[in-house]
Design a protein around this ligand. Structure first.
Ligand SMILES: Cc1cc2nc3c(=O)[nH]c(=O)nc-3n(C[C@H](O)[C@H](O)[C@H](O)COP(=O)(O)O)c2cc1C
Length: 306
């Protein structure tokens, strides 16, 4: 059971702790989801799943750079039909909210995957409209307000569970896309997915990733993600925001709350450390709140704007 200082409600979900597993970093297996919950996460987001299976890109798909990773996995996944069984298994192992991340190549496809994920037991959905390295989905939708509106609206008309929309930082005006998602019915926003990036090998003189470009995650992107959350909160006061990007310490998490996030997601820090990073961050946040004589995380959400 979580401490009442750290527990919170977001878009109708009850979390014992404010940190969630970010999509993709640990994959799909029910056992991975269980390990993260044991490590102190309040909820989990699965790797993004589509209607048909995808095998992803050839190696190398991930490269470590200064203070981060650049990945171009190519959204490999077994397809929702096969993954539905893993969703059912996850639900038998964890009682905390299971958020299934989905993607498609049209609004209708997003809606079909959404319906199947919910039928299998997803407590909420996260729409990946922000993958920076797969054509005809991901940021091609998340960077286009009309398409984004259609995808969110169609999914919302199909399912009753809360719908989180995961935004791309690779846009000129993130607030415009955030408000488009809200107008289409999003229940919460996840800000943000990875930053478009490249790494080059000086010996071979060639880009390192097979896909040439990928998405930068980890501490290297933290202050960009934080700025995205700040900008969205400044203009959209009522939509819950989940901060994501480079969080690896309790201080990082607190910065995101102060910028306007109600909860946070953690990905790369688990790869660099272990799922126990959630416990360390939880303890740090709790001590900080006590020191400030505050009773809940909620009291610091958006405080940097006052
Ligand atoms: C190896 C890897 C795979 C990822 N796969 C997905 C994915 O399938 N869907 C998605 O929405 N985001 C995916 N992401 C992005 C993360 O969920 C997150 O938005 C990003 O890494 C920033 O957070 P972090 O710095 O805490 O990792 C992936 C990131 C990494 C490093």
């Amino acid at each position: 059971m979580g401490s009442s200082t750290l527990s919170l409600q977001i878009a109708g979900l009850s979390l014992d702790y404010p940190g969630m597993l970010a999509s993709g970093v640990l994959g799909y297996s029910a056992e991975s989801m269980f390990r993260v919950i044991e490590g102190g996460a309040g909820a989990v987001v699965t790797k993004s799943v589509s209607l048909q299976p995808r095998c992803g890109y050839a190696n190398p798909t991930v490269v470590q750079v200064k203070s981060g990773l650049i990945n171009a996995m190519g959204l490999p996944n077994p397809g929702i039909q096969v993954y539905a069984e893993e969703i059912r298994r996850s639900k038998t192992l964890i009682r905390q909210p299971l958020i299934v991340s989905i993607f498609g190549y049209s609004a209708e496809e997003y809606a079909v995957v959404a319906g199947k994920a919910v039928a299998a037991g997803a407590d909420a959905l996260e729409l990946n409209v922000s993958c920076p390295h797969v054509k005809q989905t991901g940021s091609e939708i998340g960077q286009n307000a009309a398409l984004l509106f259609e995808v969110v609206k169609t999914v919302k008309a199909t399912v009753k569970v809360p719908v989180f929309v995961k935004l791309s930082p690779n846009v000129t005006d993130i607030v415009h896309l955030a408000s488009t998602a809200v107008d289409a019915g999003a229940d919460a926003l996840t800000a943000v997915n990875t930053l478009r990036a490249i790494a080059i090998n000086v010996e071979t003189t060639r880009p390192i990733l097979n896909n040439i470009k990928g998405g930068l995650s980890g501490p290297a992107m933290k202050n960009v993600a934080l700025r995205c959350v700040y900008d969205i909160r400044e203009k959209l006061a009522n939509i819950p925001i989940v901060g994501c990007g480079g969080i690896s310490s309790w201080q990082d998490a607190v910065e995101f709350f102060l910028a306007g996030a109600s909860a946070v997601q953690i990905g790369t820090a688990i790869a660099f450390d272990s799922p126990k990073v959630f416990q360390t961050i939880n303890q740090g946040i709790e001590t900080y709140l006590k020191k400030k004589h505050l009773r809940s995380v909620n009291e610091i959400v958006g405080l940097s704007h006052h």
